[in-house]
Design a protein around this ligand. Structure first.
Ligand SMILES: [Zn+2]
Length: 302
């Protein structure tokens, strides 16, 4: 039993180190009419992907509240049918994105994700500004957009792909099939604006993305795919620990592999306007890093 104690300590550290103002990704399964997420293991993997972004994004998002004179309608595609859904008199809590999740036959596509659209009826012009920016200072729509602050959106997964559901995506092991966690991260990346936000489109020129953080992470303008919605196929970056990996937001995933968010993928979120904080390192890894630094110091000549 004793050998489990370090893991418990590490998980406690994780839970207290998520900043209070973190963006919460709240999944809603009420449109999962095909029952894809009836299995709690599947919901757990999706929620682990959401928690990754909660640990990364520190934005303060204002609540959206409908009342008699100002009303908000959330619009998204039902993930189980693809049909458009409109929910009037909609409310979104502060610091929260609501994500409708489900599955249907997507053919050769593994997943589809994106921000929702909306309708708004208002008497107070400030209400329209609030639903557009969620209280952030910068413009989120149109040719001058430098930020992004959606209410949420929807993600759909292919219902009959050979999925691999990892109950503990924090650890890497042999993956047999198509890694659901990797696809969930990718589709949430689209929902957060990669390939979808005006603040993404406004930084594209001639098939290259020119956001400053992405330029710094990649070393030059970053080539995009043919629809300017992803990095070009095969684009390489590194994980925060320096391990090379194909970027999560290129269009492809190889069966039997996992793709986490790379430094370049995180940079894209920053360039779109998100406040990206370094992901906290678990206590056990800090201890290991300290020991490693000590070891290097001892071997140094001079
Ligand atoms: Zn994609």
């Amino acid at each position: 039993m004793n050998r489990f104690k370090p893991f418990l300590a590490a998980s406690l550290f994780w839970s207290v180190s998520i900043p209070a103002q973190a963006v919460l990704i709240q999944f809603d399964y009420s449109y999962d009419s095909n029952g894809f997420f009836s299995d709690p293991v599947r919901r757990g993997v999706l929620e682990a992907a959401g928690n990754y972004f909660s640990s990364l994004l520190a934005d303060d998002l204002a609540a959206i509240t409908s009342n008699s004179s100002n009303t908000f309608t959330a619009i998204f595609n039902d993930p189980s049918s693809g049909n458009q859904v409109s929910l009037p008199d909609y409310n979104v809590p502060a610091d929260t994105l609501i994500v409708y999740a489900g599955a249907r036959d997507l053919g050769a596509t593994l997943g589809q994700g994106g921000p929702g659209s909306y309708g708004v009826r208002y008497t107070d012009p400030k209400y329209y500004e609030l639903v557009r920016t969620r209280g952030e200072a910068d413009e989120t729509e149109g040719a001058t957009a430098t930020d992004f602050a959606p209410w949420g959106g929807a993600i759909a997964f292919d219902i009959d792909a050979n999925w691999y559901f990892d109950a503990d995506p924090a650890t890497d092991e042999a993956i047999t099939g198509i890694d659901f966690y990797s696809v969930a991260l990718h589709e949430l990346g689209h929902l957060l604006g990669v390939g979808t936000a005006d603040s993404w489109s406004n930084q594209i020129s001639g098939g290259y993305f020119n956001g400053s953080a992405s330029l710094a992470a990649y070393g030059s303008s970053v080539p995009l795919d043919s629809i300017d919605a992803h990095w070009a196929p095969g684009t390489m970056s590194i994980l925060p620990d320096g391990t090379p990996q194909e970027a999560a937001m290129d269009p492809d995933l190889t069966t039997g592999t996992r793709k986490r968010f790379t430094v370049l993928d995180q940079a894209a979120l920053s360039d779109i306007g998100w406040e990206v904080t370094p992901v906290p390192v678990p206590a056990a890894l800090w201890l290991f890093a300290g020991g490693l630094l000590g070891l290097l110091g001892m071997s140094r000549r001079g």
